[in-house]
Design a protein around this ligand. Structure first.
Ligand SMILES: [Zn+2]
Length: 953
């Protein structure tokens, strides 16, 4: 008997119109939030029987009562008829009056007796009813009592069927509850499910229908209500924040629980807004960027793991004390680890997406030093599919004092998917959610339900050589316990989860298990002609092996595609040996570079294309264009190509026409030419002309001064380099490409490019004086040079300035300074464009593997000055000093592969002064100890740095 009562319980829902019940999954689908009754089915059945019996007992009692009542009534009727007849007869004299009177008396007596009988019958009936009702109540109570130790699971469901234990009950439903008035709350609308199941205390709930049930409600009005920027205490942020802060963005929603929303953060662009009087698409987009390193200070461009225009985030329910009035709220029971105290604390919760936004310092480049960030939210189910929250603004300013940190991450993930499944169809108990593959010792994740469920087809692509090796595919978590074909043993997924689509003979060494399949694959060595055809991934011939992975919840066709272990290597060079090309051939073919952008060419706008076609025409016109001072242009290079299979070199190939591989070389060439355009050509011509014609006196004067100084130092002018020297360009490189399985995207194959390239120097300049003037013509650099000249001029006029001050206050000659400064100014510039990209690896699916191609240039511009100084401060004391000084600026130009732009960083203007000062010790007490001090070098920042960048595409 004990065993019987302990059989798992079943659930019963009192259905309502509009509800859809999916029996195979055990899922009750509601159109919207609503209330209804839920029972323990066993109790409900028994109670129904008792109710039935109660009804029939009551009916029986009534019938019994009616019958008895009728009998009395019949007697009454008979008596009534008799007396009426008797009366007629008495009236007609047929019956004596005495007899009639006696009969009448008797009738009255009878009536009184029957009245009594009626009362008795009624009393008896009501007493019976009472007994029946009491019995029924007792029976119902006894039925209920059988379930005294019943607990209820009542919980939110995540991305998989609930995994339950005997502790999984919810104390807000009292022990022994046999029926619940259940309410599905509005704040849970959207698709996320609730699971409900009654179970015997101390036993494990079953976690499935007919014992328990999943309930969800899509809701009729999915919406984005409002947004708020808050700190860790959920206070709204109103003050401008520093870059590097991290804050919460709260997007309050309705009927979107369990869904993923996409959020675009934008910076209001004031100038454009004034013109257009509203929000525009021209507002700066702020990207979500995931970095590999959490350290902002040391972060380089190679630390960018992923970047996306949208933040994909989950809508969930959050416990929050303060919520906006329009938000969708409800109560969830606090998890007190089931203290068995029968106390359940309801905590206010709200439907929203709440996520950390890291105010990426990179956004300063995207939107400027002052930002007003607002979100645009995208979801297919909301009206218009998007909503701009223009009142939800976070102010950020470079000089802001406030910093908020709600999280110690210095990164923004691009995608954070909801861990709440809204498509309950995937909850069919016969299901899987993870498929893995293994080939040649490498494991790959081929399918993950949350991420890949809407893909129509899945692929497992591998690269093979000509040796046969096994490939294995496994459904990691196949569950077929309650397959819909349970009653057809031959069709159940227990046996049919993995099937092949082609004839078994086309899969070598085929072995199909309950949840896995393995067979052998290889790729025969291609012929010369095939190798030529397969130089790009789109031309590769693949061997396909179609498979099907089936369950009741989810079924996917899977195709194994085998690609060849081919590789190609191209070497290219200009005026240099090529140490990078590992190929055997030494015969390079000459090619002409036509100013194409290579990989940077894809998104080019009309303007850039026009510039390129002009450059091409120019190249054709000046076929003999030479590399000379100030005019660097590369339009010639030499190239060689070979192919191999399975890491073994096969033979040389001839590059014909416009092969895609030339894109790689073109990319490098295009960057080189763009950099050289930045600094030279027209500007150099202008500068030289101006220097010759307009500034001869200044140049002469400075030469004279310097000659005088140098003569004293026993140096001559000829030792100072005036000539501009430009180093010969030389570069060499090699690109190897092959088809390689992705490490980030399971089952994908991409092209891996291995680039080795070096240009040292590409351009090198050494010079002085006049070249500095050339430098003033370079955009941005010119400002720096002018700043330095101003420093030099100020040094020379310091005494004049001081003496004017003395005169103004009437100090007299005693206080005047004699500052005899004998100085030279030497202006120098040196710089070398160098490009180095050794062992750079780029995979078309995974991105850069090691370092990026990094063309960079560091140009140092500066003034050197030196001299001696004699100063007499009135008649008080004198000072003698020797000094050496320099002021220099460093400009760094580098390519950022992620944003595809050239970044120019001007690192600031510094001055260094090294001085040895002798003072008249008789007159200056305090400085005596300084006389023998070591020269002291000091560094001053005269001018802050700045950075700018321009896009390459
Ligand atoms: Zn099944």
């Amino acid at each position: 008997m004990e065993n019987n009562t302990r059989a798992p319980l079943h659930i019963y829902i009192e259905s309502k119109p509009g509800q859809v019940f999916h029996k195979d999954i055990g899922w009750l689908e509601l159109k919207q939030a609503e209330s209804f009754d839920v029972y323990i089915k066993e109790y409900k059945d028994e109670k129904d029987k008792l109710d039935q019996k109660h009804k029939s007992d009551r009916k029986k009692a009534y019938n019994d009562y009616s019958r008895k009542f009728d009998e009395v009534q019949k007697e009454d009727k008979k008596s009534d008829e008799f007396i009426k007849q008797n009366y007629e007869k008495a009236k007609a004299g047929q019956v004596k009056k005495e007899t009639y009177d006696a009969n009448l008396r008797k009738r009255e007596e009878g009536m009184a007796a029957r009245q009594k009988q009626y009362t008795e019958l009624s009393n008896e009936y009501h007493k019976n009813l009472e007994t029946i009702d009491k019995k029924h109540d007792e029976d119902v109570q006894a039925a209920k009592d059988k379930y005294k130790s019943v607990r209820w699971v009542h919980q939110l469901v995540g991305d998989r069927r609930p995994e339950l234990t005997e502790e999984s009950f919810n104390e807000s439903v009292g022990i022994g509850t046999t029926a619940i008035g259940f309410t599905f709350d509005e704040f849970l609308e959207g698709g996320g499910a609730v699971y409900l199941e009654p179970f015997w205390e101390g036993t494990k709930p079953q976690g499935r229908y007919p014992h328990g049930i999943l309930i969800n409600a899509k809701g009729k009005k999915p919406e984005v209500i409002l947004g708020e920027w808050t700190d860790a205490q959920n206070n709204k942020i109103t003050n401008p924040l520093k870059f590097g802060s991290s804050v919460y963005l709260n997007i309050y929603t309705g009927a979107l629980y369990g869904n993923n929303i996409q959020v675009q953060l934008k910076d209001k662009d004031q100038v454009i807004r004034i013109v257009t009087l509203g929000l525009t698409n021209a507002d700066d987009k702020l990207f979500a960027t995931e970095y590999l390193s959490n350290n902002t200070e040391e972060r380089g461009k190679e630390d960018i793991a992923k970047q996306g225009a949208l933040f994909e985030r989950a809508v969930s329910v959050h416990r929050e004390k303060r919520v906006p009035g329009s938000a969708k709220t409800g109560y969830l029971v606090e998890d007190d680890n089931n203290k068995y105290d029968g106390k359940a604390k309801g905590l206010p919760n709200v439907q929203k997406s709440k996520f950390v936004v890291y105010i990426d310092p990179l956004w300063e480049t995207m939107g400027g030093e002052s930002l007003e960030i607002y979100p645009v939210v995208y979801h297919d189910k909301i009206p218009g599919k998007q909503k701009t929250l223009q009142d939800c603004i976070l102010k950020v300013h470079k000089n802001a004092k406030d910093e908020v940190k709600v999280d110690n991450s210095n990164s923004n993930k691009v995608v954070v998917l909801s861990q709440v499944e809204t498509d309950i169809a995937f909850f069919h108990p016969c299901q899987y959610s993870l498929v893995t593959g293994e080939y040649n010792g490498k494991k790959a994740t081929i399918f993950e339900r949350i991420k890949d469920k809407y893909k129509n087809e899945i692929y497992y692509r591998i690269v093979a050589d000509d040796k046969e090796k096994p490939i294995t595919i496994t459904i990691a978590d196949l569950k077929t316990d309650h397959c819909a074909f349970e009653n057809k043993p031959e069709e159940t997924h227990e046996k049919k989860a993995v099937t092949i689509k082609n004839a078994p003979s086309s899969y070598k060494n085929l072995n199909i298990g309950k949840n896995n399949i393995s067979f052998s694959v290889f790729y025969p060595k291609p012929t010369h002609a095939q190798a030529l055809d397969m130089m790009s991934l789109s031309g590769v011939k693949k061997y396909s092996y179609p498979i099907a992975l089936s369950s009741c919840a989810i079924s996917k066709p899977l195709t194994v595609e085998v690609l060849p272990a081919l590789y190609y290597e191209v070497g290219f060079k200009l005026a240099a040996e090529n140490p990078f090309f590992t190929g055997q051939t030494k015969s390079y073919t000459q090619r002409k570079y036509l100013g194409k952008g290579g990989f940077f060419n894809k998104k080019n706008n009309k303007k850039i294309r026009k510039a390129q076609s002009n450059a091409r025409e120019e190249n054709y016109k000046n076929e003999k264009q030479e590399v000379k001072e100030g005019r660097l242009s590369y339009n010639q290079f030499e190239v060689a190509l070979e192919w191999g299979f399975n890491d073994i070199k096969e033979e040389a190939l001839t590059l014909s026409g416009e092969h895609p591989v030339l894109n790689i070389i073109d990319s490098a060439m295009w960057v080189i030419n763009t950099i050289s355009l930045l600094s030279f050509n027209k500007e150099a011509d202008e500068a030289i002309a101006e220097n010759k014609n307009k500034r001869p006196d200044q140049v002469k004067k400075r030469d004279k001064k310097r000659n005088a100084y140098l003569a004293k130092k026993n140096k001559t002018l000829s030792k100072i380099p005036f000539k501009i020297e430009i180093g010969q360009p030389a570069f060499a490189g090699a690109v190897k490409w092959s088809y390689v399985a992705s490490e980030k995207e399971g089952g994908e194959v991409g092209t891996l490019y291995e680039v080795k390239f070096k240009a040292d120097p590409l351009i090198e300049i050494k010079g002085s004086l006049d070249l500095l003037f050339v430098a003033t013509k370079i955009p941005y650099v010119g400002q720096v040079v002018q700043g330095m000249t101003a420093v030099a001029d100020t040094v020379g006029s310091a005494d004049d300035f001081w003496n004017q001050v003395v005169d103004f206050f009437g100090g007299g000659d005693d206080y005047k300074i004699q500052l005899d400064i004998d100085y030279y100014l030497d202006l120098f510039v040196s710089g070398a464009f160098k490009i180095e990209a050794t062992a750079t690896k780029y995979h078309t699916v995974d991105g850069f593997k090691e370092n990026d191609i990094s063309p960079s240039v560091e140009i140092k511009f500066g003034i050197e000055c030196g001299g001696s100084l004699k100063a007499k401060f009135g008649n008080v004391y004198s000072v003698e000093a020797e000094f050496l000084g320099s002021a220099y600026a460093v400009l760094n130009v580098a390519k950022n592969a992620e944003t595809n732009s050239l970044e120019c960083k001007y690192q600031g203007l510094y001055a260094t002064v090294k001085a040895n000062i002798k003072t008249d010790s008789d007159n200056l007490n305090s400085n005596t100890e300084d006389n023998d001090a070591e020269p002291d070098e000091k560094k001053f920042l005269l001018h802050d740095g700045f950075a700018y960048e321009f896009k390459l595409d």
